[in-house]
Design a protein around this ligand. Structure first.
Ligand code: SAM
Length: 464
């Protein structure tokens, strides 16, 4: 879809002049935006392009902000562009559309207009739309001439909130219906705040204070977690895949919401714990740290490639007690009667709680996905339930807040599994809110991802 780095298709003499100049931040950002339109995932593609680039740390941070900011703000940016354009943004050619959105994002964010406009026009031309130079330049200049500062509708109605916070109407409407307009606005605003990297220091041997000091000495800004006190929130150090502590297995990038899910499961040293649908293994790794060398953590996932990530996590973290098994959670390869002390089902879901982390996801998730996923979540829970030993704990979690995937699953489980008891004392407490028999942590309430948790205990004398 996009031209190779730095190529100038309109300039035949460029080939004769030697290799093209290295790609700029805007070239890379535009390339990612175009490929995301084609179905790529920005959080996978962007880090790999940045690793291969010659950009310095400052430009990497700028590129990251350009990509994620432009994707998140898409609806608000289109609203601005359509004050200048004589047609809908959707009707523009992809490189022009992506360039205009990226250029407008810079203008909204206060990049000097001359740099924002001319460098974006150049990037669009290098991406293969040299003939659109004049058009892109004219539209972006038009944006600079709009009354400043730019404003968006201020009302609390669905349409205004959708434009001003840049979300599709159906997500806004579902939030307002479920939690009211004030909480809905808090969640929508939180979706637009870029998260720092959160680390889980390896338990029990890595001291969070010593790790924080190491990261600060490397130039990072580090805060302790409010929800999970051992967690470290790190800013200003770029790609965590390059940090020694992560490479050497002394820490794992993992949001506090996910860390809190494992703490609610409460695995104890020496226990046998199963996680279904476990890849890439963030939670299984945390479980393995807690059960220790005398315990067993088994992480299963239907996707063999992703299951390999669980095995890699086990090696990186030096956790021989963590085993990875590629298997459909509805066809698990265990002997009849096999049980575990604890079972975790962190089910596939719409991911509405992690929109701040997956910049394009809000435009891809559709309301009908909720019902499809509820069917799968029920099937996985139906197969997970008999695998917990009498007296043992089973935890259902999802990183979303949709009614069907949270309270809906809880109501279904209450009717389907009378032997699984939800003790209020086992559910996480504030800042989590009671939600059915379980607990919900909305994005923004503790600057974490949004999570729903339902902790169930199998009555001692129950059958599967
Ligand atoms: C929310 S992710 C799990 C994340 C994981 N708990 C972690 O913290 O790293 C859900 C996973 O469910 C897997 N999955 C989807 N359908 C499945 C099925 N029928 N059986 C097993 N795994 C499935 C997906 O491949 C995906 O890796």
């Amino acid at each position: 879809m996009s031209a190779p780095r730095g190529a100038r298709p309109d300039d035949a003499s460029a080939a004769a002049a030697g290799p093209p100049p290295p790609a700029t931040a805007r070239d890379i950002a535009l390339d990612v935006l175009l490929r995301v339109e084609g179905g790529a995932f920005s959080n996978v593609l962007l880090p790999s392009l940045l690793r291969a680039s010659e950009l310095d740390d400052r430009d990497r941070a700028f590129t990251t902000d350009l990509v994620y900011g432009t994707l998140r703000s898409q609806r608000a940016l289109d609203d601005v562009l359509e004050r200048v354009l004589d047609r809908r943004v959707e009707r523009l050619d992809p490189p022009v559309r992506a360039g205009l959105r990226m250029g407008t994002y810079q203008l909204v964010e206060g990049v000097a207009p001359h740099a924002a406009v001319s460098a974006t026009v150049d990037a669009v031309a290098r991406a293969g739309s040299a003939r659109a130079r004049g058009f892109v330049n004219g539209v972006l200049r038009g944006v600079t001439r709009l009354p400043q500062p730019l404003t968006w509708p201020e009302g609390d109605d669905v349409g205004s909130l959708g434009v001003s916070t840049s979300h599709p109407d159906w997500i806004v409407a579902a939030l307002v219906d479920e939690f009211g307009p004030a909480t809905a606005r808090d969640v929508l605003d939180a979706d637009n705040r870029p998260p720092g990297v959160t680390l889980r220091p390896r338990r029990p041997d890595v001291d969070p204070d010593a790790l924080a000091a190491e990261l600060e000495a490397a130039g990072g800004r580090v805060e302790r977690g409010e929800l999970v006190p051992d967690a470290l929130i790190v800013r200003g150090l770029g790609d965590p895949g390059r940090w020694p502590a992560v490479r050497e297995g002394r820490a794992t990038p993992q949001d506090q919401g996910s860390q809190a899910v494992v703490l609610a499961l409460d695995p104890r040293p020496g226990e046998r714990v199963l996680e279904l649908a476990a890849a890439p293994g963030g939670k299984s790794g945390a479980v393995a740290e807690l059960v220790g060398p005398t315990g067993l953590a088994v992480g299963t996932d239907i996707d063999a490639g992703r299951t390999a990530m669980i095995a890699r996590a086990a090696r990186r973290l030096h956790l021989p007690q963590l085993s990875a098994v590629a298997a459909d959670g509805t066809l698990l390869p265990f002997r009849p009667g096999t049980t575990f002390d604890r079972v975790l089902l962190d089910a596939p879901c719409t991911g509405l709680g992690v929109l701040r982390r997956r910049a394009e996801a809000r435009w891809r998730v559709l309301p009908e996905h909720v019902d499809d996923l509820v069917g799968l979540q029920r099937e996985l829970l139906r197969h997970a339930a008999p695998l917990v030993a009498p007296g043992g704990r089973i935890l259902y979690s999802v990183c979303t807040w949709s009614h069907g995937e949270t309270v809906g699953i809880d109501e279904w489980a209450a009717a389907e599994f009378p032997q699984l008891v939800a003790d209020p004392a086992d559910q996480p407490s504030a800042p989590w809110r009671r939600h059915g028999r379980g607990a919900l942590l909305l994005p923004g309430e503790a600057e974490t991802d949004g999570m729903y948790v339902l902790v169930l205990t199998r009555a001692d004398d129950a059958g599967g």
